[in-house]
Design a protein around this ligand. Structure first.
Ligand code: AMP
Ligand code: MG
Length: 497
């Protein structure tokens, strides 16, 4: 482990995105929230950019993460992008309430540091540039929960709250989240230049993303970057990562809620946590976003929306290529890549490392159908399998209305597992290593939010700690792993944040 710095100004930022042409962003200072309180800070993420716990506790750090001071040596800006929202071209969007402060090289790669909620930018449109405490807690916890699950995501460094009023459906209070990612470039960042028919900027962005983030996909001919081959290589990698991300989301019952192309990361990260949800009762058509009345982004549609979004990205990259054949060939690999990864992941969730073939697919499908019909709890169904294969099926069967069919399914699985030849103890251990006990259920987030709104951040901190190691049972934390209370069904999560 490299030595950590106690001072922010001991680290020299490199600011790669800011070195692009001015057309990509607007330099705009943050506007601080008043009377900021550092509600939570994440030392693990601090260490990624070389900051010690002392640095994170310093006044200088609070100044930066509340928007009161720029990052020492940084170059504060808001990026422009466009995108398709709910299937419709939305034109220019951009960082309406996000400021990129700096990019810092850490021991394991470089990280862009961004504030969300630190005031208006030229891209704020009708918005106020602010974020409320409620949605900021949801983003802070969800990104670290995803990381704990091993799913690619932006990371959360700090959460600041302020008494400043912010008007949403009701009057709430302001907050600022500091988040990190190697890059915040979106599919919509490319769509922006394609729509403007500015091939020069499109090429500049592609070369930047390729050389910085996909060096292994860069093709050089006589020392010169070959833009055609490189564009296809990058697109293939983004496609692979997106297919894998969709399989990751599906395998933990995560619904993003707003899979617009401006929320799709060019690095295949989970990005922009708004009205997301981890499913409680399993419903294949579950819609987590109250605003999504058509169910465009329902759980079972996410994989195909991932592909739809890749088509939009392909359309944006097309001007860099002589024809669309290469892009089309890559798009045709998506479904296979998704299905292979999804089956491998779901197979492991039922104890089958060697999942494959029609019989296994039928076994998995039978479980999902049964869970769907009986609205069994997604997380607990899989988690209870370890006990079930170890000879204690009660917790598993209790999740179903039709316990007889659940028991029959279990015997089918056990028959199949006998052919694998592992001991039930080995299988149980493997199951518990891939099936989380703790996920960020809406009612748990709600509990942390309600307490935080009264100035009590203990619940937030406890959840944060559990979600970092979601496979590891903690004694005394049983309520965090329990079936949600009835009121959880009534929580409405919308785009308003
Ligand atoms: P989202 O769907 O939340 O990712 O946001 C879509 C677009 O709206 C992005 O350009 C955001 O920057 C912008 N936006 C969302 N909320 C606000 C706000 N309160 N103030 C300014 N811009 C916002
Ligand atoms: Mg967004």
């Amino acid at each position: 482990m490299d030595k950590l710095n106690d001072r922010l100004d001991a680290i020299a930022p490199c600011n790669g995105f800011a070195a692009l042409s001015n057309a990509f962003y607007s330099r705009v200072p943050t506007r601080p929230v008043s009377a900021p309180t550092l509600v939570h800070v994440n030392p693990e993420v601090g260490a990624l950019i070389g900051l010690s716990p002392a640095a994170l506790a310093s006044e200088a750090f609070l100044d930066v993460v509340s928007g009161r001071a720029p990052w020492p040596g940084g170059d504060t800006l808001a990026a422009v992008y466009s995108g398709h929202q709910f299937g419709v071209w939305a034109g220019q969007l951009g960082d309406g309430r996000a400021h990129l402060l700096a990019e810092v090289a850490g021991a394991q790669g470089s990280w862009e540091i961004q504030l969300k909620g630190a005031g208006m930018t030229p891209y704020s449109r009708m918005g106020d540039g602010r974020a409320v405490l409620r949605s900021s807690i949801r983003e802070y916890l969800a990104s670290e929960a995803m990381h704990g699950l091993g799913i690619p995501t932006t990371r959360a460094l700090a959460l600041v709250s302020s008494p400043d009023p912010v008007v949403r459906e009701t009057v709430e209070t302001a907050a600022v989240v500091t988040r990190l990612a190697p890059s915040f470039v979106r599919f919509g960042s490319f769509e922006h230049w394609a729509a403007a028919r500015d091939t020069e900027r499109l090429r500049e962005l592609l070369v930047y993303v390729a050389t910085r983030y996909y060096p292994e996909r860069c093709v050089y001919i006589s020392g010169e970057l070959d833009v055609v081959q490189t564009t296809l290589g990058v697109f293939a990698e983004v496609t692979a990562r997106t297919a894998k991300l969709m399989a990751d989301w599906q395998s933990v019952g995560f619904c993003h809620g707003v899979m617009n192309t401006d929320n799709m990361s060019i690095l295949g990260l989970t990005l922009d946590y708004g009205p997301y949800g981890f499913m409680d009762a399993f419903n294949m058509g579950h819609i987590c976003n109250h605003t999504d009345t058509q169910g465009r982004y329902a759980w079972n549609r996410q994989p195909s929306v991932g592909l739809w979004n890749l088509y939009r990205l392909a359309g944006a990259l097309h001007p860099l290529l002589p024809d669309a054949d290469g892009l089309r060939a890559v798009l045709e690999t998506y479904e296979g890549q998704f299905t292979t990864t999804f089956h491998a992941k779901m197979g492991r969730k039922i104890g089958l490392e060697d999942f494959g073939g029609e019989e296994d697919e039928a076994l998995l499908e039978a479980l999902l159908q049964l869970m769907h019909r009986d609205r069994a709890d997604f997380t607990l169904t899989f988690r209870s399998l370890s006990e079930a294969v170890a000879g204690n099926p009660a917790a598993f069967k209790d999740l179903f209305v039709d316990r007889v069919t659940a028991a029959e399914w279990l015997s089918r699985l056990e028959g199949r597992l006998r052919r694998v030849g592992k001991t039930s103890v080995e299988t149980a251990q493997q199951l518990d290593a891939v099936n989380p006990l703790y996920v960020l259920r809406n009612h748990l987030a709600e509990g942390a939010i309600k307490a935080a709104q009264t100035g009590d951040f203990h619940e937030l901190d406890q959840l944060f700690k559990l979600l970092r190691s979601p496979f590891q049972p903690v004694s005394g934390a049983e309520r965090f792993a329990a079936i949600p209370p009835d009121w959880a069904h009534d929580i409405e999560v919308s785009c308003s944040s």
